[in-house]
Ligand binder design. Structure first.
Ligand SMILES: [Zn+2]
Length: 382
């Protein structure tokens, strides 16, 4: 895995490579951008390039740490490694998460295991106020956060000499979930940066970080790809059919990492289950609140996409506007059967369930109400 695997983030990659090449590596970075666009992959590759022990022709030297104001002492003519080699012991240890000097800190739920946030990519198209909500990360888990104890442990370690790395690297994922006192503690470390460590804060919501933290870090921005780019990559490099690639690119909202995760999680089987439920709500075993709890977010996202498709088709949009393009026949039938009011009613109900769950309402109840709505609408005709 190299920077080349990081698709569509050319400006971030160029910036990081230039820092490595020119020996201007900062003590702290913020990698900012939505989930699933490659921030973590970039951080891992940066750590590998900083520590790769494979020799580079012309020089064995590597970048020295400088803060924003320090003078460079490195000969700019010397060539430096801007990629890990993937073969040396350092690169291998980083890849297998066994390097003693490379750390990842993630937000944890109180007394529970790590959970990932998965904002709804499609919501933006439907909700006008989504930007702020999406920026906050939808469905924040109650009590979730990076705690002072975690940051204290990091700070204690950060000033110690590395075991074997040239530069220790600390990746703080979901940095926006740092509790206030944790952020304050980290701030002190950023003010007195240790010589042989690099701290990388990864965040979906840079606005939630203290301004004082942001001002002490180099900010590197990551962006979603164009949907067509994601589709092309999925077809060419992951052997997906055109229609599957189309659906995944839309569901992911241009976040390639999310699209690949959906593929791994066999999202098309989940979608079939969902569509079967929606289309036959009067089957004896219909029960909308029995959808797997951990997957409810993606089910709601797919549901929103489903009704958006029906609405779009009813409004006369072209096929290219459909997310579930392989289900065009069913969508066409549904758009003929349902009136605009009913479709919009369903969309509002899905969004309402999303909002309630986001606000920590009873998930089972919210889904049960949505199930009743499906039954109600299914007996309606225009
Ligand atoms: Zn290497």
């Amino acid at each position: 895995m190299s920077f080349e695997n990081l698709k569509g983030q050319d400006s971030a990659v160029s910036y990081l490579k230039a820092s490595l090449r020119n020996g201007r590596v900062s003590h702290a970075y913020i990698f900012s951008g939505p989930v699933g666009v490659g921030k973590h992959l970039a951080a891992v590759n940066f750590a590998k390039a900083l520590n790769c022990s494979s020799s580079v022709s012309g020089s064995g030297s590597h970048p020295e740490l400088v803060d924003g104001s320090a003078k460079l002492t490195i000969d700019p003519e010397q060539s430096r490694r801007v990629e890990g080699c993937d073969r040396c012991s350092s690169c291998k240890k980083i890849d297998s998460l066994s390097h003693p000097d490379i750390f990842t800190l993630k937000p944890k739920e109180e007394g529970g295991s790590i959970k990932t946030l998965r904002p709804f990519g499609r919501l933006k198209a439907v909700l006008s106020n989504v930007e702020g909500r999406q920026a906050q990360g939808l469905y924040p888990e109650r009590g979730r956060g990076i705690k002072i104890e975690d940051v204290r442990a990091l700070i204690k370690d950060v000033y110690l000499k590395p075991f074997e790395a040239r530069k220790k690297v600390y990746m703080i994922e979901g940095a926006e979930h740092m509790k206030h006192e944790a952020a304050n503690a980290l701030l002190k470390t950023l003010e007195e940066p240790p010589a042989d460590s690099v701290i990388i804060l990864l965040t979906e919501n840079i606005k939630a970080l203290f301004h004082t933290i942001v001002s002490r870090c180099q900010v590197v921005k990551f962006f979603p790809l164009k949907l067509q780019e994601v589709e092309d990559i999925l077809i060419k490099e992951h052997s997906l059919s055109k229609s599957d690639a189309h659906t995944l690119s839309h569901l992911s909202g241009g976040r390639l990492g999310e699209a690949l995760k959906f593929k791994e999680e066999d999202i098309f089987t989940k979608r079939s289950l969902l569509i079967n439920k929606i289309l036959s709500p009067f089957k004896a075993d219909f029960d909308f609140d029995d959808l797997p709890k951990e997957d409810v977010r993606i089910y709601l996202d797919m549901m929103l996409a489903w009704y958006s498709d029906i609405l779009n088709m009813k409004a006369g949009a072209g096929d290219h506007m459909l997310i579930n393009i392989d289900k065009k026949d069913i969508i066409s039938k549904e758009s003929g059967r349902l009136g605009f009011d009913h479709i919009e009613d369903m969309i509002k109900s899905v969004i309402s369930a999303m909002t309630q769950i986001e606000q920590n309402a009873n998930q089972k109840l919210a889904m049960s109400v949505l199930g009743m709505k499906i039954k109600q609408v299914s007996v309606c005709t225009k």
